[in-house]
Design a protein around this ligand. Structure first.
Ligand code: HAX
Length: 440
């Protein structure tokens, strides 16, 4: 067993004991009152999930194991003389709860490099798609094709005990994460670069190699990939991609099947596909006005027009956050350092100045501030990754880190199959009638 796996086993056994006594001693403590409105409105704010890897505060934003994004940018190991955190380090932190040393992050990098070879049939599945197929569709299909490799599925049907589930889910997690960049880059090169495939460079870290396989060897782009892969990895457990992965995994579907469920959720325009929609929305504005840098007045009019047409302003709003997303801020800081004069980047910043008061004035949008997706496309475009349909795949490769780490935790803690209660409207009406009668 590798030392990271040993450490995970040790910390997860401790956590399982803590949970056991917490539930035994305080299991009857009510966490919240659930209102009828919450049940009808997407279960907002109902604490029904346990996700150890990160916690979202509506005002402050995400913390991974207690660390904010600015802290992670400082504390996590870097690649060479780079300044941005390596996602290998974040993975280690989410898994063990400890900030890794350079050696720890390097070890994860080596394990992923060693396991990165993708079986041939996966490429054939990708090639069977028409070139027009959306990259997220190809990505999900490729993850499913890779499922033939699942060690958990094989071991489960050979009859391993429940106490061993985590072990095989961990192995699948490591292999799956190792292979996702190669799969994603293959889809990109096939769809947009005439099928000219670029082989991995074993000397590079996970994100650097991903950038290389996509065809980008600019060190600044590699730095962007490290930051991008770190900040998109996790956003506690209730978002669609994390929740879907967790839910499907709770049926003991293996990590490949579970991740695929998460990725199909990420492909929705209200979730991860918003990064594609943001850049389309901005480009439509630029084309319409015939300028790369529309004025703030022109942006304001465009936002009003979008709202009048009954559409959402992509990249704005959030189900939990009530402030500017710190993931947006991290990208803005990166852009200020590397490309402050880029007209699309500057347009993103102008939208940031103009949009919140307009959205707030509608009186119905609970969070008028930008989320992670408002900025990412402009940065990618700056470095030449202009194919916006591919952006959600990048998000997906990163999100796999968080949701698969959580799957390891789910199995290590022995969480049961998830099965919340649903109601019908007739049931709700009867419930309300009884409640009213009891007050008379
Ligand atoms: N533009 C226009 N209208 C918006 C809006 C926006 N950016 N954000 C919310 N609203 C509307 C909602 O559609 C809803 O309208 P109706 O009552 O007419 O249905 C109303 O305001 C109240 O919504 P809310 O409570 O503020 O927001 P929700 O929790 O229901 O939804 C969303 C959160 C993120 C889905 C929403 O803000 C949205 O659609 N934003 C645009 C798409 C987007 O950027 N998605 C990415 C979110 C982050 C993420 O998951 N990244 O992957």
């Amino acid at each position: 067993m590798g030392y990271v796996k040993d450490l995970f086993k040790e910390v997860s056994i401790k956590k399982a004991e803590e949970i056991k006594s917490l539930v035994k001693e305080h299991g009857d403590l009510p966490l919240a009152t659930v209102t009828l409105a919450q049940t009808y409105q997407g279960s907002r704010g109902i604490p029904t999930l346990v996700t150890e890897t990160s916690l979202l505060d509506s005002e402050e934003g995400i913390r991974f194991r207690g660390y904010s994004i600015p802290q992670l940018r400082e504390l996590l190991p870097k690649a060479g003389d780079g300044k941005e955190p390596c996602p290998e380090g974040l993975f280690y932190l989410m898994l063990t709860g400890e900030i890794p040393s350079d050696q720890d992050a390097g070890h994860i990098s080596e394990v992923w490099a060693r396991r990165s070879q993708v079986p041939n049939h996966v490429f054939k599945v990708i090639e069977s798609f028409p070139i027009s197929a959306h990259p997220m569709t190809q990505f999900c299909a490729a993850i499913l094709a890779l499922q033939t490799e699942s060690k958990f599925a094989k071991a489960y049907f050979e009859g391993i005990p429940k106490s061993e589930h985590w072990n095989y889910v961990y192995e699948d997690t490591m292999t799956l994460i190792a292979r996702l960049p190669r799969i994603a880059a293959y889809i990109y090169r096939r769809k947009y670069k005439g099928g000219i495939d670029i082989h991995p460079d074993g000397m590079l870290d996970w994100s650097g190699n991903f950038a290389h396989m996509l065809g980008f060897d600019d060190p600044a782009f590699q730095e962007l990939m490290r930051l991008y892969m770190t900040i998109h990895a996790d956003h506690e457990g209730g978002n669609v991609s994390a929740h879907a992965t967790h839910l499907v995994g709770s049926a003991l579907s293996d990590p490949y099947l579970s991740l695929c469920a998460g990725m199909t959720g990420l492909a929705g325009p209200l979730h991860g596909l918003a990064n594609q929609e943001v850049i389309r929305w901005i480009e439509e504005l630029q084309e319409k006005l015939g300028t790369q840098e529309p004025s703030k007045e022109q942006i304001a009019a465009y936002i009003e027009e979008t709202l009048k047409e009954g559409k959402v302003v992509p990249g704005y709003g959030h189900a939990v956050l009530r402030q500017t997303d710190p993931r947006f801020v991290a990208q803005m800081e990166f852009a200020k350092k590397h490309c402050p004069d880029d007209p699309t980047v500057r347009t993103v910043w102008n939208v940031y100045e103009v949009a919140p008061p307009i959205l707030e004035a509608t009186g119905k949008i609970k969070n008028p501030w930008p989320n992670v997706d408002a900025h990412s496309g402009a940065l990618l475009k700056h470095y030449g990754l202009v194919e916006e349909e591919f952006y959600t795949v990048l998000f997906g490769v990163s999100r796999a880190l968080g949701v698969l780490t959580s799957l390891c935790w789910d199995r290590a803690l022995g969480f049961p199959i998830e099965r919340p209660k649903s109601i019908t409207t007739n049931w709700a009406k009867e419930f309300v009638a009884k409640a009213i009668a009891s007050t008379k």
